[in-house]
Structure formats: C-alpha cells, structure tokens
Design a protein around this ligand. Structure first.
Ligand SMILES: [Zn+2]
Length: 273
C-alpha cells in the first residue's frame, strides 16, 4: 500500500509531511492538502459499488481497506409543495443523504476508514485524533478494527453519549480544558512521537474556511477588503497579505464568501452559482 503525493489546494506546492503547506501557513492561511484528482472521464459510475472504497483510484491510499461496512447510506427525498407548506411555497424536492446510517452514526466513518488504512500502510502503531465527538468515535472504531491503539484529544464540551462511545470502543480519551487551538496543540505534540499517525487536522491556522481577519487582503491604502461579496455579480481584486505576497481574490455575488482565485481556478473547487 503506498500513499499518493498530496499537494496544497491553494498554491499547489507539495504537502510537507503532516504539516501540510508551510508556505500558506506562514501567510496565516490554513489549507487542506489533497491528492491528485482522479480522472473519471468515460467511466461508467453506475457499476461503482459505492462507499469510500468503491473507487480506489480516487483515494490517496491503495490496497487492503479497513472497513466496517461504511457508506452506501440511504437517500431520503423531501418534497415541498403548496398542499403541504402553504399556497405561496415553491414546489421542490431536496435529496438528503442519511449519514446516520454509517457504523458509528456519522459521515466521519468514511474518512476514518481511509485514514486508518493509511496509518496501517505507514506502519503506525497508534492513531491520534482531535475531536469534539463524532470524529473521535469513528477513529476509535476503525482503530479497533485494525488493531491499532487510539488516542482522542477532546474538550469538556463533548456530549456524554459520544464520550461513552469513544470509551466503549477502547480509545484513550484525553480531555484538554481550554480552546480548540490548545487541544490541537496537544495533539501536535503527541504526533511528534514515533509510530503515531494523525487522523484529524491539528494545525494552526486550521485548514478550510476563510482566512482569519488578520490575513485578509488589504487595498493599496491598507484598508481591509470585504470578506463577502458586495455586488450582485462576481468580482475579483488583487490584495497583499500580511506576509507580503500578492494574491488575487475571487468574490462571488453578494452574501457569499470570497476565496483566493488560485483555489477557484484550480478546478478542484467550484463556488456555488
Ligand atoms: Zn500552499
């Protein structure tokens, strides 16, 4: 089983071990590392068995899966119409994927199945997660399936039911009072030890979402640019981050979050229309 190389979603530089992209982190921006996108052109996906292991070419790991039967959860169709929601309500339909049907009751099972398989491939003896509940329970379950030790860093706000689930699945639950950043820092120290493999992010700034306000782009006058679209059509501008680099930002119509244009242009992320 070999890991496929991961790269930064924002700047496309190779990820550096478990630390992700240090270049973007130095600019105050946390970015997810991602594997090369699978080419699905010409594939008949109707023959795909589904679940996280249904399309191995799309995964950052290959080889024997670690599985508890995750995925293939039911789709629930919700309909809205005048007869049920009033004469002025638009008729429509929403399809919901019921992820509570996964083995530990959340969508986290999909990622943890693959993460634990990667840990096994790396020769790890212990997997480590930082979680407010669901991810910790999933990590504990899949670690137990693979015969790995599992350590879960949590805070005091984890609901009693999830605490019991993590404990019952044999994980070592470490409660860290304080902020999420402090909890993640404790996990960062833990994964520095040999034989340990992280199953969740622990970096600061956290990957995903928008950059923190201090790293938002500024105009030539040094005024912070808006973090949401203010016009009714897409706009973009070039701003300078506190680190001095120049970034072009892409801003969808009013009310939507702005993104570095490099992320939108990479084709791996598409803003909603
Ligand atoms: Zn980067």
């Amino acid at each position: 089983m070999t890991s496929r190389s991961l790269h930064c979603l924002r700047c496309a530089r190779p990820a550096e071990g478990f630390d992700g992209c240090r270049t973007c982190a130095a600019e105050g921006i946390g970015v997810n590392a991602m594997p090369p996108l699978a080419d699905l052109g010409g594939m008949d996906l109707s023959s795909c068995p589904g679940g996280p292991w249904g399309l191995p070419a799309a995964l950052p790991v290959s080889g024997p899966p670690v599985t508890l039967g995750e995925g293939n959860t039911p789709v629930v169709r919700l309909r809205n119409g005048p007869d049920r929601a009033g004469a002025n309500a638009p008729a429509g339909e929403v399809w919901l994927k019921y992820e509570g049907g996964n083995p530990t009751g959340s969508h986290k099972d999909r990622a943890m199945a693959v993460g634990v398989a990667a840990a096994v491939a790396a020769g790890a003896e212990t997997v480590v997660a930082a979680s407010s509940g669901n991810a910790g329970a999933a990590a504990a379950a899949y670690a137990a399936r693979a015969g790995l030790r599992c350590v879960v860093f949590t805070n005091e706000a984890v609901p009693a039911g999830l605490r019991a689930q993590i404990d019952a699945l044999g994980a070592e639950r470490v409660v860290r009072p304080g902020t999420t950043a402090e909890r993640n820092a404790a996990m960062a120290r833990a994964v520095e030890q040999p034989g340990r493999y992280p199953l969740t992010s622990y970096s600061s700034p956290s990957p995903g979402g928008n950059p923190p306000p201090s790293s938002q782009p500024r105009s030539s006058r040094g005024t912070p640019m808006p973090t949401r679209g203010t016009s009714r059509s897409p706009t973009s501008w070039r701003g300078t981050s506190p680190g001095g680099s120049s970034t072009r930002w892409w801003c969808p119509p009013a009310g939507r979050i702005c993104w570095p244009e490099s992320a939108a242009a990479s084709g791996s992320w598409r803003p909603p229309d």
